[in-house]
Design a protein around this ligand. Structure first.
Ligand SMILES: [Zn+2]
Ligand SMILES: [Zn+2]
Length: 277
């Protein structure tokens, strides 16, 4: 087969459960809210969620119930806001817990500020402490987790709070990476270059070039910074841009287009990619 897997946009016909593909479904890719805008959330196959922004709210109940693992990039609200609703919606007394994987700082923030019986019940102790609906599992950048042949690795990122990105790969099928929220950091690009392959890279470009001061303060990418850093990537993946600030989507799109002639798409939040080896 080709060294570069075939990537189909939505709609698609092959089944993510077929065992021969890796499905990446974008549920939310906006930096804010409004008609048609959902915040960051990505469904891998049927059972793995990366971030739990407002895009999760569009899934049907059986799709919500199929989620077994949630990987969080960081603690900011646009990435975790729908986790409490997800857990409350799907938990059953006889169901195994949903596992949330994240940096220790992120898990501590969730426990202290959200699942604290004030903002939301503590589902790490409900319905009973022995059989909770939610369990936390701490991870560190570089750590690799095997979930039925899907290898998930936390990638270094640089944001205003401790943050990671993730790569998800199936050897011989394809590899997807997501930056999470980050500004420029050589650690991310070095780690991406060390991956054996990279077929689809989803990376944020949160703010337009004229807001580079704000981008520096809030640690997001601008088009100029991103295109500069992409020069250092040894892989040639399809690039998918996410987390655009509402109202600036067209500006960011144009700024990226004038500086880049690669295979780049700006996500609207309802795309689906099928990596097939
Ligand atoms: Zn953030
Ligand atoms: Zn964000």
């Amino acid at each position: 087969m080709s060294a570069h897997p075939h990537i189909d946009d939505w709609p698609h016909t092959s089944s993510p459960e077929s065992g021969t593909s890796l499905s990446v479904r974008i549920l939310g890719a906006s930096g804010g809210i409004g008609p048609g805008r959902r915040t960051t959330s990505i469904l891998i196959d049927r059972d793995i969620l990366i971030d739990a922004g407002s895009g999760v709210g569009d899934l049907e109940l059986p799709e919500l119930q199929a989620i077994r693992h949630v990987f969080l990039t960081h603690s900011h609200l646009d990435h975790v806001a729908f986790l409490p609703f997800l857990i409350d919606t799907v938990f059953r007394v006889d169901a195994p817990p949903v596992t949330v994987h994240a940096l220790p700082d992120t898990l501590e923030a969730l426990q202290r500020h959200i699942f604290n019986w004030v903002i939301w019940p503590d589902f790490t102790a409900l319905p009973t402490p022995e059989h909770p609906a939610l369990r936390f599992r701490a991870l560190e950048p570089g750590e690799q987790i095997d979930l039925d042949g899907r290898w998930i690795t936390a990638l270094p990122a640089r944001h205003t709070v401790p943050a990671v990105g993730y790569s998800v790969s199936r050897p011989d099928i394809g590899a997807f990476a997501f930056s999470g929220d980050t500004t420029s950091t050589r650690h991310l690009w070095r780690t991406l270059n060390e991956l054996p392959r990279l077929d689809l890279l989803m990376i944020e470009t949160g703010l337009p070039d004229e807001m580079d001061h704000l981008a520096g303060a809030t640690r997001h990418y601008t088009p100029l910074q991103l295109v500069r850093d992409l020069d250092h990537l040894r892989h040639r993946p399809r690039i998918a841009i996410t987390h655009l600030k509402p109202g600036y989507e067209q500006t960011i799109r144009e700024q990226l287009a004038t500086r880049n002639n690669g295979d780049m798409i700006v996500l609207s939040g309802n795309e689906r990619f099928e990596l097939v080896g």
